[in-house]
Design a protein around this ligand. Structure first.
Ligand code: GCW
Length: 710
């Protein structure tokens, strides 16, 4: 999939392999510490490239595999023989094999005669095979199998991270919008960083987890950021060059208003011929500078960003105009479906933000060009701790749809709380809209939903064929020494990549896999403690924050900490409608906003009916009295009290689990985690007390267990 680097055959033959594996010792190695490569590095590892395949030798990803093998074997006492016959592990490039294996990133592993042989059709496939062996450690490297062949291919060829990084520090949102890990790894002082070592190191981590595309700037494109598309192309090319050796393609978020703000035109109307010509020329310049560029990400008519509505055009008109400009270059347009009215009137009960993505986009199913991916947030509102799966995924069978997740923990503790998100993501990916046995969300975004043409994509080679839209997520990485602020938040980035590659993986296993790599050789108790701390941490977070699917209740703007009515009388559409009698949003067809009708059967009926609506989503779908008895047998009020008290207890047990092992890990990591856990205890206590007090004061219903409520 990677385009060969602009290097000559002669250079490649005389200098096989790039100089170095990017590792900055001042930065935490995350899941690739030196020791994680020891099992492989102790062995004889051959990288076998067939003679006379000049293209293969020029592939920068093949050179990366060589560099990785050279570095690992040099560090750990192994060697890198030329021939498979001399090796314990052979990484074999077979350019003819990609089709048979299931795409350019696929690989197969055979274990026989004391040797592990990985075969792939491209450098990218070989690199994924290499990291597969690294992740598997000793057990994966035992060559005493019976020759049975395992095949590995990604569920989707589009596995993307979106950075909400600003080039210039934004007065309200800072360097990274919703970033909780310091500054940007790409930008500082209003420019692309001169030293991109950190980006190369990031690329390596992402490749080891399975990510293959990165959008490098915020979807809110301000004046400075808009210029990445034009003046800064050489700088963007440098970033792309840092990602390329790890098989990762670079995308840009672009301003819809670029023809006006950059091109000096008087309009951005997608049907205006000058506008179309401007975008065609802009795209041509981008691909001139970056041959394997991925495409554009667009947030239009959303939270103040400009868009086609200003010209009376539809989002299909807007997206297709850009699609036409990038199509000759094999580019994609990721067009976000996060379109809603953020200036609504809270007095108006008829407008329901949850309906917005579906209402705006479903009528245009079938109108979007083949190289447009409509990118839909997992829930209908905005990355809350608990939301139903967005019904839009079930309603656009003739559109390429991508699932958008949020790795950065905007609404889930902002990387001050230890909250592992593998489980909720896995639930979303595995959700079946049409009942038992029907296709999952993962199937839909892989282009295998009902009504799709069943195409499996083109492996990203041209970014065109197939009906897949893949998976995208907002990154949680910054220039923090631990990448993610909270060292344990690295687990989320890792799990995202792994689930994007294979949505069927068990999130609990991924947690252990991450811990094993990140803390190699650590005492068994460390890994057990990490499992205990993180495995059910999402449920714990939900227990002390907004209950029963109601959402928000956070402090406005920065979204951290409790403020139950913070958004209640604002224009943002995120209401809970609490009064003295009850709480929740009536989204039924019978008496509410009708949102339940956006789901196919059985969910349209399951959610509609109080008797069948799952407890955890009750207040998302229904307005009920505080005395309403849940399926669990508890009343709403008592449930709130019980879970808030229990939630804090669980956090305190987390702290104990950590304290028992903190001395067994690197003191830097121990100190940072300990500091974050102290803040989590403080914040969870605040949440408990504010929520309990609010429900008690509104309802007048005392806690049946007589605990202290203020
Ligand atoms: O969750 C909200 C955030 C905004 C963000 C927006 C979006 C980039 O609060 O900061 O803007 O979503 O997804 O576009």
């Amino acid at each position: 999939m990677a385009t060969p680097a602009p290097t000559t055959d002669r250079t490649v033959r005389t200098a096989p392999g790039p100089a170095a594996v990017p590792v900055d010792p001042a930065v935490h190695p995350a899941w690739l510490p030196d020791a994680a490569l020891a099992p492989l590095g102790r062995r004889q590892v051959a990288v076998v490239v067939p003679d006379g395949v000049a293209d293969a030798l020029a592939d920068p990803v093949v050179r990366t595999v060589r560099a990785e093998v050279t570095a690992a074997t040099a560090a750990h006492g192994g060697a890198a023989p030329e021939r498979a016959d001399d090796a314990d592990v052979a990484l074999v490039l077979d350019p003819g094999a990609a089709g048979r294996l299931g795409g350019p990133e696929a690989f197969e592993v055979a274990r026989a005669a004391g040797r592990v042989t990985v075969t792939a059709g491209t450098g990218a496939g070989l690199l994924h095979g290499f990291f597969h062996l690294v992740r598997g450690g000793e057990p994966a490297l035992a060559g005493d199998g019976d020759g049975a062949v395992e095949r590995h291919a990604p569920a989707t060829t589009l596995r993307m991270l979106d950075h909400w990084d600003n080039v210039a520090v934004h007065p309200a949102m800072g360097q990274v919008e919703r970033g909780y890990a310091g500054g940007s790894i790409f930008y500082a002082d209003g420019e692309v960083r001169a030293d991109l070592t950190r980006v190369a190191q990031y690329a390596r981590l992402l490749a080891a987890a399975g990510v293959n595309r990165v959008a490098i700037n915020n979807v809110n494109v301000h004046a400075r950021e808009a210029r990445l598309l034009t003046d800064d192309l050489p700088e963007v090319a440098r970033i792309a060059a840092a990602f390329r050796p790890y098989g990762i393609r670079t995308h840009l978020s672009v301003s819809w208003a670029s023809p006006v703000v950059l091109g000096g035109l008087t309009t951005s109307d997608p049907l205006d011929e000058d506008v179309r010509a401007w975008w065609r020329a802009a795209a041509a310049r981008v691909w001139d500078a970056i041959e394997d560029f991925g495409g554009f990400v667009v947030k239009a008519d959303s939270e103040g960003q400009p868009g086609p509505f200003a010209y009376g055009r539809s989002h299909a008109d807007g997206a297709n105009m850009l699609a036409e400009a990038v199509a000759p270059h094999g580019g994609l347009v990721h067009w976000r479906a996060f379109v809603y009215n953020h200036t609504q009137d809270w007095r108006d009960r008829g407008t329901d933000r949850a309906r917005a993505a579906y209402d705006h986009f479903v009528p245009h199913d079938g109108e979007f060009a083949d190289n447009v991916v409509v990118q839909v947030k997992h829930g209908p509102i905005d990355f809350q701790v608990r939301e139903p799966v967005s019904p839009t995924f079930a309603a656009m069978p003739r559109t390429r749809l991508a699932l958008e997740l949020q790795v950065t923990q905007e609404y889930t503790g902002q990387q001050r709380h230890a909250v592992y998100l593998g489980r909720p993501w896995s639930q979303v990916l595995g959700f079946r809209f049409w009942g038992d046995g029907s296709p999952t969300v993962a199937d839909v975004v892989a282009g295998r939903g009902p009504g799709a043409d069943g195409g499996t994509g083109d492996g990203g080679a041209g970014g065109g064929a197939g009906r897949e839209g893949g998976v995208a997520a907002v990154s949680n990485v910054g220039d923090d020494r631990f990448w993610t602020g909270h060292p344990l938040a690295q687990a989320n980035l890792y799990a995202f990549g792994r689930l994007a590659w294979d949505p069927a993986l068990d999130p609990a296993d991924l947690l252990d896999e991450w811990a094993g790599l990140t803390f190699p050789g650590a005492d068994r108790r460390v890994r057990e403690a990490l499992h205990a701390i993180l495995d059910e941490s999402w449920e714990t977070y939900e227990m002390y924050t907004a209950p029963l699917g109601v959402g928000f209740m956070v402090r406005p703007h920065h979204h951290y900490g409790p403020d139950v009515d913070g958004y209640e009388y604002t224009p943002w559409g995120t209401y809970h409608f609490a009064d003295r009698d009850g709480i929740g949003v009536d989204r039924t067809r019978a008496t509410g906003t009708g949102y339940t009708g956006q789901y196919p059967a059985p969910w349209r009926d399951v959610y509609e009916d109080l008797e069948t609506c799952p407890d955890e989503l009750l207040l998302f779908f229904h307005h009920v009295p505080y005395t309403h008895v849940l399926r669990s047998g508890s009343t709403v009020a008592q449930h709130v009290y019980d879970t808030r008290f229990a939630g804090l207890e669980r956090v305190l047990r987390t702290v104990e689990a950590w304290q028992a092992v903190a001395d067994l890990v690197d003191p830097d990591v121990a100190e940072r985690v300990t500091e974050r856990l102290a803040e989590q205890v403080r914040s969870a206590t605040e949440w408990r007390d504010v929520l309990n007090t609010y429900f008690w004061r509104k309802s007048g219903i005392p806690d049946a267990k007589g605990r202290e409520i203020y």
